[in-house]
Design a protein around this ligand. Structure first.
Ligand SMILES: Nc1ncnc2c1ncn2[C@@H]1O[C@H](COP(=O)(O)OP(=O)(O)OP(=O)(O)O)[C@@H](O)[C@H]1O
Ligand SMILES: Nc1nc2c(ncn2[C@H]2C[C@H](O)[C@@H](COP(=O)(O)OP(=O)(O)O)O2)c(=O)[nH]1
Ligand SMILES: [Mg+2]
Length: 153
């Protein structure tokens, strides 16, 4: 199916502490995407260094790892048509000050260092991140009964 994709979404420790997990999942469900993997983890600096490898020279890298390992994160894989680009739009800009109202960051956060949620930024990135966080056996390939009403098959 053309445009069929998977992406990694994570509710960061601030989102979990602020009990936003349900509202964030609801947004992806109501948009028409399918949840194929879900877990709550206390992330180690090891996995986070790999996840944020491209940012390792940034001045905020250590504080990013400290924040991301400060409490549980809820990591998910969502599947559907164009889900990588669509979820970036739903999440909004990295800096919540620039994220429009209606986006997750624009509705729930004010500061770049506590921006509530992660979303893969490309299909290649999504593939790497999904492999990093989930063994293949933990992703379920299931038929969603309303699929013919969300895309043309
Ligand atoms: N200037 C900053 N100060 C503090 N934290 C930052 C800053 N820039 C980025 N971060 C943190 O690092 C994360 C990764 O930055 P990146 O540029 O990948 O943003 P993003 O792709 O929007 O976020 P994510 O990768 O978490 O989805 C940001 O989500 C944010 O938590
Ligand atoms: N403290 C701090 N954190 C930052 C800054 N820029 C980015 N970050 C954090 C928040 C981002 O969500 C996270 C990942 O950066 P990213 O992958 O470039 O952005 P994004 O993919 O999260 O939108 O790093 C920053 O300038 N300061
Ligand atoms: Mg990023």
């Amino acid at each position: 199916m053309s445009g069929w994709q998977r992406t990694l979404i994570a509710v960061k420790p601030d989102g979990v502490q602020r009990r936003l997990v349900g509202q964030i999942i609801q947004r992806f469900e109501q948009r028409g995407f399918k949840l194929v993997g879900l877990k709550m983890v206390q992330a180690s600096h090891g996995i986070l260094s790999e996840h944020y490898g491209e940012l390792r020279t940034k001045p905020f890298f250590q504080s990013l790892l400290t924040y991301m390992s400060s409490g549980p994160v809820v990591v998910m894989v969502w599947e559907g048509h164009n889900v990588v680009q669509a979820s970036r739009k739903m999440v909004g800009q990295t800096n919540p000050a620039e994220a429009p109202a209606g986006t997750i960051r624009g509705d729930f956060s004010v500061h770049v260092s506590r921006n509530v949620v992660h979303a893969s930024d490309s299909q290649e990135g999504a593939q790497k991140e999904i492999q990093l966080w989930f063994p293949a056996k933990d992703l379920l390939d299931w038929d969603c009964c309303d699929q013919i009403y969300t895309i043309e098959v």
